[in-house]
Design a protein around this ligand. Structure first.
Ligand code: HEC
Length: 110
C-alpha cells in the first residue's frame, strides 16, 4: 500500500490485515497502536515479548498464546491493575485466520 506516509512500522501483508481488523473491530479504539494513544486498554505498542503481570500475581509473556487467550477468554487471564473488562470475541465474530493476522500485527508493532 502506498497510502499513509506516517511513521508507522513496516508491516507485512498479514500485519496490514491485522491492523485493518483491529481498526474495524474496535480493538484499536481501546488499545491504540496505529499511531493512536491507547485509551481504555493496555497499549500494544512495545508489548510483544515483554512480561505481563496478571491479577493473580503471576507473570506471563506477551506472545501469540497470550493474545489468543486474551481475545477468546479474557476473563481467564486478567491483567493486573485497574482495567475494565476486555470484551470477548468468539469465532463467529473473529475467525482464527483473522486472529492470526492480528497476532502478526502485534508482533510487528514490537
Ligand atoms: C472496550 C475496550 C476494548 C476493546 C474493544 C478490546 N480490548 Fe483488549 N483489552 C481491554 C482491556 C481493558 C484489557 C485489560 C484487561 C484484561 O486483561 O482483562 C485488554 C486486554 C487485552 C490484551 C492483553 C494485553 C496486555 O497488555 O495484557 C490483548 C492482547 C487484547 N486485549 C487484545 C484485543 C484485541 C485483539 C481486540 C479486538 C479484537 C481487543 N483487545 C478489543 C479493552 C479492550
Amino acid at each position: 500500500m502506498s497510502c499513509g506516509g506516517d511513521a508507522a512500522p513496516e508491516l507485512s501483508a498479514a500485519g496490514q490485515r491485522g491492523q485493518q481488523l483491529s481498526t474495524d473491530l474496535g480493538c484499536a479504539g481501546c488499545h491504540g497502536g496505529d499511531d493512536r494513544e491507547a485509551t481504555i486498554g493496555p497499549d500494544w505498542t512495545g508489548s510483544w515479548g515483554t512480561d505481563i503481570e496478571l491479577d493473580d500475581g503471576s507473570t506471563t509473556t506477551f506472545d501469540a498464546l497470550y493474545v489468543e487467550r486474551s481475545v477468546r477468554s479474557p476473563d481467564a487471564q486478567r491483567r493486573a491493575g485497574d482495567w475494565i473488562r476486555m470484551p470477548e470475541y468468539r469465532v463467529d465474530q473473529l475467525t482464527e485466520a483473522e486472529l492470526a493476522d492480528i497476532v502478526v500485527y502485534l508482533e510487528e508493532l514490537g
